[in-house]
Design a binder for this molecule. Structure first.
Ligand SMILES: C[S@@+](CC[C@H](N)C(=O)[O-])C[C@H]1O[C@@H](n2cnc3c(N)ncnc32)[C@H](O)[C@@H]1O
Length: 335
């Protein structure tokens, strides 16, 4: 007799497919989508960009447990992947797991480019979206296009989740340009509330809460401005109008010194427990630069050969100061 496989086991299987990451969000982000769906109790989730349906399964798992709600998930499904067992067609992979999970009545996959398929699904989604998830075309043009096409159908009080909002980490700049644009015209915070959250890979997500029924269309910047946006995110030049909101990147310089001589200890190690035990090695000045941090508290293990290690060392960062310098003295081990 076939053993019944739970939805969690199916999700684990998709997580481990050869093609799954980094295209699919990582598991803790996906689990967050599951939780937020359970909390918001949406009747309709629209997802733009499902890849092989990993995030989709999490929205749908929550809806299944709630016993109501549907997910309409759009993807171009325009290239093949290696999903193991000879499966290569992404839509087939997504459909296979949808069926295996018994979620055919909750998830509908729609093949096509998001702005083009809108007319096909308009009747099902018109003014009905409670949760819109945008993780499709991450270019400025793609993001602006998705926002313009779907925003007005999000219900007042509804939510929009945008993935990949930190271009320094994920290398795509459309989501950040969209947020900056909405801020520069005061759409955020007048019509939309925004909260940003870190993710383990640093790519980040933004959660937008629609507060008013104002219809919003944003205009794609001219090509020369688009070029400036791209350059800005590649770290080349500051990009245009001062009214665009600049977001500080929090940087932490930790210098590790000998407690007695006060001389730097090159090669000393910092392990950050909250960044999945990420290890950084100090340069010749005993300094480690840690960037893209949040203003918060961080827990480190700091060690160097011949010195007593500092375990569970806490560094407090404050939002007022984007650059923090911290010196950590280590005591020599006695022979
Ligand atoms: C990062 S993946 C999505 C990952 C998925 N949300 C997850 O976490 O499991 C982006 C997907 O968007 C799709 N895509 C890109 N541009 C698109 C567009 N204009 N319309 C529809 N899908 C698009 C790609 O085919 C790709 O599968």
């Amino acid at each position: 007799m076939n053993k019944r496989i739970s939805l969690s086991e199916i999700i684990q299987e998709v997580d481990q497919l050869p093609c799954s990451h980094p295209a699919s969000v990582n598991i803790d982000v996906a689990q967050y989508y599951y939780c937020i769906t359970k909390m918001l109790r949406p009747l309709l989730v629209v997802e733009i960009g499902c890849f092989i349906g990993f995030s989709t399964l999490h929205f749908a798992k929550a809806l299944k447990e709630l016993s109501f709600g549907k997910v309409i998930s759009i993807d171009a499904f325009d290239h093949n992947v290696d999903a193991g067992r000879g499966m290569v067609n992404r839509q087939e992979v997504a459909e296979y797991y949808r069926k295996k999970a018994g979620l055919e009545d909750i998830i509908t996959y729609v093949k096509g480019y998001s702005t083009l398929v809108y007319t096909k699904i308009r009747d099902q989604i018109k003014n009905k979206i409670d949760l819109l998830y945008i993780d499709g075309d991450h270019t400025v043009k793609g993001m602006f296009g998705d926002f313009n096409t779907y925003y007005d159908d999000v219900r007042v009080g509804g939510y929009i989740i945008i993935h990949d909002v930190n271009p320094e980490m994920c290398g795509v700049h459309g989501p950040r340009a969209l947020i900056d644009h909405l801020k520069s015209y005061r759409t955020i915070p007048n019509d939309i509330e925004l909260i940003e959250m870190p993710t383990r890979d640093g790519f980040g997500i933004a959660i937008l809460h629609k507060k008013t029924d104002k219809r919003i269309t944003i205009h794609l910047p001219e090509p020369k401005v688009l070029k400036r946006i791209k350059n800005k995110f590649l770290g080349k030049i500051p990009y245009f109008p001062a009214k665009i909101v600049q977001r500080p990147v929090y940087v932490l310089h930790v210098t590790i010194i000998d407690g007695q001589s006060k001389k730097p200890i090159p090669g000393s190690r910092i392990t950050c427990l909250q960044r999945f035990n990420e290890v950084r090695i100090a340069n010749k000045d005993g300094c480690v630069i840690i960037d893209n941090y949040l203003p918060n508290r961080y827990l480190f293990d700091i060690s160097a050969e011949g010195y007593v290690a500092q375990s569970d060392f806490i560094i407090d960062l404050s939002a007022e100061k984007p650059l923090h310098n911290v010196t950590v003295p280590l005591i020599k081990q006695s022979c």
